[in-house]
Design a protein around this ligand. Sequence first.
Ligand code: SUO
Ligand code: CP
Length: 314
Amino acid sequence: MKKFISVKDLPSIEKAIETAFEIKKNPYGFQHLGKNKTMVLVFFNSSLRTRLSTQKAAMNMGMNTMVLNVTEDSWQLESEMGVVMDGKNAEHLREAIPVIGRYCDVIGVRAFAKFEDKEADYSERILTQFVDYAGVPVVSMEGATRHPLQSYADLVTIEEYKKVDRPKVVLTWAPHPRALPQAVANSFVEWMRETDYELVVTHPEGYELAPEFMGDVKVEYDQKKAFEGADFVYAKNWASYTHYGQILSKDFGWTVDEAKMALTNEAKFMHCLPVRRNVVVTDGVIDSPNSIVVEEAYNRQVTAQAVLKMILEG
Ligand SMILES: NCCC[C@H](NC(=O)CCC(=O)O)C(=O)O
Ligand SMILES: NC(=O)OP(=O)(O)O
């Protein structure tokens, strides 16, 4: 595997699941692959899980890791081509990326949607430059439109907990005080479409995801109806795609609570984290035995390691 930006980069979904379970059983069995190799993790945005799980994954593979936080104490990096750089940005990605690439064997990069320009976000302006100029494989640690490491962990988590071959998986929008990217939701849909699960997406009107991600996936605007018989409930907030980056609703009627979970087939509750308690989900649901958010987060380490294995094997 030469890069990991979307589900399309995998050899196959079956092989990805198989590799993840192989790693989960034997996390230290592949250290020879990463010996004397280095991964640089570049963060344009905050992180807890991705930062730690990806570093741990690289270490388990025998690799060294370095982390670059593009924040106020590093050079601010320009991503737009052809600009007169007389503002705050001291260095262009066009130089910075190949320089980073010379210091390592794999680059991980996190660059969220900025919500300033839909075209810049949906063309993955930053991530694409990394892929084009790094000279080494690039792993997305959440781009503007996708979060493939998250979705891979979500898939493996569902595979571990499913009680039927074709579980009903519900992606539900939930309220949030801030405008969050569509990346986790887009990616979740993209990965679920590669399976034969029954996928239902529920959200208020105006929160439709980009058609290239949704395809013919069913939208059920009645959240309670969507929850009926669900085996997995995956909650996430995202800002509007059509009214790009706007918050159209903060309706707590969409919070995932015990009454709605009672409509499901004893569904497991999932969220990528970090989560706003009693806004996105009630304490009662996230603290219940059906909440699998911590194991889901642990699987971030497992699947990051599986990605590195597939990359290091070429
Ligand atoms: N990688 C997991 C989610 C990251 C990001 N969440 C956030 O920014 C939450 C921040 C807050 O709750 O203030 C998102 O939704 O894409
Ligand atoms: N789920 C996830 O990506 O978490 P972080 O934003 O903390 O990395």
